[in-house]
Design a protein around this ligand. Structure first.
Ligand code: FES
Length: 132
């Protein structure tokens, strides 16, 4: 009987601990995810994924990835190739291809993800690895 009470005390303690940790803002950081994009990229130098745009410079050896989640209310942004800007379809916030805010209700830049450019032994770009 005593062990039953002990288990009940442990369970109720755990039940109280969860909201307390949640209230204090305690979070466990998720593991990073890696997305590999094979070279070559399209002629425009832009590759669109669901979560990010991958941009590459003229020689394709410099690349960066920008989140597609708008920092205003979370809509998925689009890249307007003719204007060379990223625009949100919901409230028309605009950003540079580097993710810097230009205009609109969004107050923060788009997050930028690290990109590793992979090359073969001759120095030719073989792919890109984006860390989310
Ligand atoms: S959600 Fe993008 S501007 Fe409002």
């Amino acid at each position: 009987m005593a062990s039953l009470f002990r288990w009940a005390a442990v369970l109720s303690g755990m039940a109280l601990l969860h909201p307390l940790l949640k209230f204090s803002g305690f979070t466990i950081k998720p593991k990073p995810r890696y997305v590999k994009i094979a070279a070559p990229l399209p002629r425009s130098g832009v590759h669109a994924e669901r979560e990010f745009f991958l941009f590459a410079g003229q020689d394709r050896s410099v690349a960066w990835a920008v989140s597609r989640t708008c920092t205003h209310l979370g809509c998925r942004v689009n890249f307007l190739e003719d204007k060379q800007i990223i625009e949100c379809p919901c409230h028309q916030s605009r950003f540079t291809p580097q993710g810097a805010r230009l205009a609109g209700p969004a107050q923060r830049n788009l997050p930028v993800f690290p990109v590793e450019v992979q090359k073969d032994e001759n120095g030719a770009v073989t792919g890109y690895v984006v860390t989310l």
